[in-house]
Write a protein of this length. Structure first.
Length: 413
């Protein structure tokens, strides 16, 4: 079946999805969660094929970690689906309701976007997260993962399709594109007749290709060159613990810290403590000349390092002489994802929050919290780094649009 035929089939489910009740959707989500847990062995067997192929094809440790599924991760994915079922239905909410002088009653409500297309890389959890969020928001979804996860994604999608069909839904509300060639991605970028919105989720190259080439409306989810700024008033031990968590708790994710910015007045005391902590996980530290002077564990950085999302045990360090310089550096080098300040100065914290132009900005906390589940949104469709329609973790609300309903009794203009 071609991707265009799949798009047509997805479009054909929208009348059903426009009438489905919250109870029906929750039943379908719980059926999906139960089916995932019941088929753990099937999923792990398929995933092992992908992992073996990935190692043979030279995937790095970060990508292999993103790709890997085990019983614990599958249970976590299933629990995420159940959490989505517990969330409020985002559809049918009345945003405004008013009556005109001519007697027309005008109501504005939330409605599903329609058919969502998701293009993503070696993240099989995205297959389930995206399907669950689209299901709860009454959207149909066409999923196109990378070749590295094709066996895992095939197993997951068929389990979900069987589950939703078992409770009365059309199977084609969830579809996986099995053609993982570049052509299938190009086709999805031009399926205006069938796709209402396209979301790329993956590396910088994938996102740029979709944004630059798609004629279907795109919501851009960005890569994560996330920064932590250690202010001159920072608690050094707190900074070390937060940075250690943000960098090493899971290196393969877009909310991991990739770049440190440290005030020159504290760098001689702070950087050796931070570096010693990071060396517990053998993190390579690349810094500017001042950082190399402050700590023997730091090797020289290139200018490119300050713009790099490593997804590896590597971090860059930039020295600044003021908060303003830190803000300027971060806004120039950041991908607009997540940034944090470690400080005991409330005025500096407030200025950092106001002036940093990223989707999520923290004071004295790890950037690893930028996540739909951590924000109470349930699973997420991605982290949007653009500014129109959606920004930050995209949950159910961001998968709806609006519609006006107008009630009359014979009015003409």
């Amino acid at each position: 079946m071609t991707v265009f035929e799949q798009g047509k089939n997805a479009k054909g489910t929208l009348t059903f999805m426009s009438q489905v009740t919250t109870e029906q959707k929750n039943n379908a989500l719980n059926a999906v969660a139960d089916a995932l847990e019941k088929n753990v062995d099937v999923i792990i067997a398929a995933n092992k094929i992908d992992l073996t192929d990935g190692k043979e094809n030279g995937l790095n440790d970060g990508l292999l970690d993103r790709l890997m599924l085990n019983e614990e991760r599958i249970k976590g994915i299933a629990d995420g689906v159940r959490q989505v079922a517990l969330l409020d239905d985002p559809c049918g909410k009345i945003i405004s309701n008013y009556k005109k002088d001519n007697g027309l009653e005008i109501k504005k409500i939330t409605v599903p976007i329609g058919v969502m297309g998701i293009i993503f890389e070696a993240r099989p959890n995205v297959t389930v997260d995206a399907a669950a969020l689209c299901l709860k928001s009454s959207n149909s979804v066409l999923l196109r993962g990378g070749k590295e996860a094709i066996n895992s994604n095939t197993a997951l999608s068929e389990i979900m399709r069987d589950a939703v069909e078992s409770v009365g839904f059309p199977r084609d509300v969830i579809q996986l594109v099995h053609d993982v060639s570049r052509q299938s991605a190009n086709d999805m970028m031009n399926m205006n007749e069938y796709l209402d919105c396209l979301i790329p989720r993956g590396g910088k190259g994938l996102i740029k290709a979709v944004v630059n080439n798609s004629t279907v409306p795109v919501i851009e989810t960005g890569s994560g060159n996330c920064h932590i700024f250690v202010d001159e008033s920072a608690d050094i031990n707190m900074a070390a613990e937060i940075i250690f968590n943000a960098k090493t708790q899971r290196i393969s994710v877009c909310n991991a810290c990739e770049s440190l910015v440290i005030h020159s007045k504290i760098i001689d005391k702070a950087l050796p403590v931070i570096a010693k902590k990071l060396k517990e996980k053998n993190v390579e530290i690349r810094g500017d000349e001042r950082a190399c002077t402050a700590c023997s564990l730091v090797s020289p950085a290139t200018e490119e390092d300050f713009y790099t999302e490593y997804l590896d045990y590597i971090i860059s360090v930039k020295t600044v002489d003021s908060l303003d310089e830190a803000i300027e550096h971060i806004n120039r080098c950041s991908t607009g994802h997540s940034e944090a300040i470690i400080t005991n100065n409330d005025e500096n914290a407030d200025k950092f929050l106001k002036c940093i132009d990223s989707s999520s900005v923290y004071v004295n906390a790890s950037t690893r919290f930028t996540d739909g589940g951590e924000f109470g949104l349930g699973a997420e469709i991605g982290i949007s780094t653009q500014k129109l329609h959606a920004r930050g973790p995209m949950g159910l609300e961001q998968l709806t649009t609006t519609k006006y309903l107008i009630y009359g009794n014979g009015q003409v203009r």
